[in-house]
Every structure is written in structure tokens, then in C-alpha cells.
Write a protein that binds this ligand. Structure first.
Ligand code: F6P
Length: 304
């Protein structure tokens, strides 16, 4: 997110436009926590996780009154357009502002990779690398103790983190909310692996399927053998961003500014096949994010 903030600020100043930062998400917008940003304000942040602007989940902004207060603040500060960087909640807010006629551009920033209109969201690659690092470490102990490990990852209702990290981490089984699973089949595969002399196993469960603990209980009932559970949690949301995320964020942030400069509000930027794209934000949010089912099929073929 910081790399995106930096790109927005620097690109705007490059075009001799004043930039203001809204601190604390929509809550900060409503309360007027808005400060002018200079070139130096975004120095030394490209490699840092989190966001220098802070963030908040804001119930009030879901109401028309809250949105109007936000628009009033923007007008009071003489701000002509807003770049919103975030996930589901942020996009809903940007959509509401667009519906009320305020020029807004959405930049997809969430580890979940679940925003329609882009193949990748900012933060997804960094989260993936964190998960893979954890899987590799857990695999060491799974191997030495000959155990089955269940690793629960984030993703809200999307299976992207589980799928990509499971594939990259060589997981034996990956459970995603987009596809049903068959416990008998999983137990069978574990049994067959055992017969081949394979005594450990990694199962990645997306939080959108169920909790790792819940799945662990079901698996124990089906196999009669013990397992261990690791819930990775919020470590997936922090850490220094990968090169991929920094470049993606720089490109998307800069494109958002270009769109506003061209007088194009109500857009959502994204990247498809390594090209920048932008869509009507209302139309884009009406679409459904889909997980890559070819990748899911591949993961199953490679984990026999
Ligand atoms: O959207 C990002 C995300 O980390 C999801 O993967 C997760 O379900 C959710 O946020 C957790 O939210 P919170 O930190 O508010 O509990």
C-alpha cells in the first residue's frame, strides 16, 4: 500500500498537482484527518509493510450521511478527486462516492486477491511469500515428526491465497471455498501416501472453507490419526513487500492519477496480462471475482 501511496503522491506532484493524504481511511475522511503531502512525505516507505496513511473499518461511511460528510470534507479542503486504495470495504465506499457524483478511482489493495477487474491485487504476492515461507518451515517439522499439518490461511471468501501458496508450497491437499471437497477422498489419499512410505502431509485450508481446527477435527474422525493445526493469521498482512507488489503498486497508483488528470472518475484500475486496464467501478464491482480453476486442477494433478 505504501508503494501505491508513494506513486500517487509523486505522480501528482510530477504533474504539478497538490496532493493530500486522508489518514485513517473513511473514518479520517469523515473527521477531516486530511494533510497535505509533499515529495518527502512518501520518502523511505516503498519497502515498508502496512500503510503510512493508516486504515480503519468504518461503519458510518456505509450510510448516506457518512458519505456526505466525507464529500463535504473533500470539498472543504479543495480536493477535486480521490484515489482509494484498498479491498472490498474501500471499493464499496469508492462506489458510493462515485454514485454520488464525486470523482474517485479505485486501486486494488488487499492480500485476498478478490477484487474484480484485475488479475492481481497489491499485497497478494507478499502474503503468498509469507505463507510459502511458513509452509516450508512447517514442512521441516512435519517431515521429522511424520505428521499431517493443516495450515489455515486468510483470503476472506476467496481461495486465491490457499491455492497459489498451496501450489507453490507443494501442499498435498488444498481446500478453497470455490470448490467442494470430499473427506473420504482426502483420507484415501493420505492412506495411499502412507502405503507408499510417505509419512507427512501438508493440507492448506482457506479460511473461507472453515477453520483449520474444524477441519482438523473432521480429518481426525475420518482417518483416526492425529494432526497438527497452524493458523497463520495476521502475519500474512505485514512485512516488507515483494518486488512484484512494489512494481504493481507503483504502476496502479500512477495510472489512477493519470485517469483523474484526464477527468475520468468512477474508474477502477487493474492489471491484466501485464497491461494496465481500467473499468467503470460500478460495473466492475457488479462482477464476481473468480479463482483460477485451471491452477486448481493443476495443483490436484501435481499432488497425487
Ligand atoms: O481482507 C483482508 C483480510 O486479512 C482477510 O483475509 C481476513 O478475512 C480479514 O481481512 C481479517 O480482518 P480483520 O483484521 O479485521 O479481522
Amino acid at each position: 500500500m505504501n508503494a501505491a501511496v508513494r506513486a500517487v503522491v509523486r505522480k501528482a506532484i510530477f504533474h504539478e498537482i497538490e496532493v493530500y493524504g486522508v489518514f485513517g481511511g473513511y473514518a479520517g475522511l469523515i473527521s477531516g484527518n486530511i494533510k497535505k503531502l509533499e515529495l518527502g512525505s512518501v520518502g523511505d516507505i516503498i519497502h515498508r509493510g502496512g500503510t503510512m496513511l493508516y486504515s480503519a473499518r468504518c461503519e458510518e461511511f456505509k450510510t448516506k450521511e457518512g458519505q456526505q460528510k466525507g464529500i463535504d470534507q473533500l470539498k472543504k479542503h479543495g480536493i477535486d478527486g480521490l484515489v482509494v486504495i484498498g479491498g472490498d470495504g474501500s471499493y464499496m465506499g469508492a462506489k458510493a462516492l462515485t454514485e454520488q457524483g464525486y470523482p474517485c478511482v479505485g486501486v486494488p489493495g488487499t492480500i485476498d486477491n478478490d477484487i474484480p477487474g484485475t488479475e492481481f491485487t497489491i499485497g497478494f504476492d507478499t502474503a503468498l511469500n509469507t505463507v510459502i515461507d511458513a509452509i516450508d518451515k512447517i514442512r521441516d517439522t512435519a517431515t521429522s515428526h511424520e505428521r499431517t499439518f493443516i495450515i489455515e490461511v486468510m483470503g476472506r471468501n476467496a481461495g486465491d491465497i490457499a491455492l497459489w501458496a498451496g501450489l507453490a508450497g507443494g501442499a498435498e491437499t488444498i481446500l478453497i471455498p470455490e470448490e467442494n471437497y470430499d473427506m473420504n477422498d482426502i483420507a484415501d489419499r493420505l492412506q495411499k501416501g502412507n502405503e507408499r512410505g510417505k509419512k507427512h502431509s501438508i493440507i492448506v485450508v482457506a479460511e473461507g472453507v472453515c477453520s483449520g481446527h474444524e477441519f482438523g477435527k473432521q480429518l481426525k474422525e475420518a482417518t483416526g490419526t492425529d494432526n497438527r493445526i497452524s493458523t497463520l493469521g495476521h502475519i500474512q498482512r505485514g512485512g516488507s513487500p515483494t518486488a512484484f507488489d512494489r512494481v504493481l503498486a507503483s504502476r496502479l497508483g500512477a495510472r489512477a492519477v493519470e485517469l483523474l488528470l484526464d477527468g475520468k472518475g468512477g474508474r477502477a484500475v487493474g492489471m491484466e496480462q501485464n497491461k494496465l486496464v481500467d473499468y467503470d467501478i460500478i460495473e466492475a464491482l457488479g462482477r464476481k471475482h473468480t479463482v483460477d480453476l485451471d491452477l486448481y486442477k493443476l495443483s490436484q494433478e501435481l499432488s497425487i
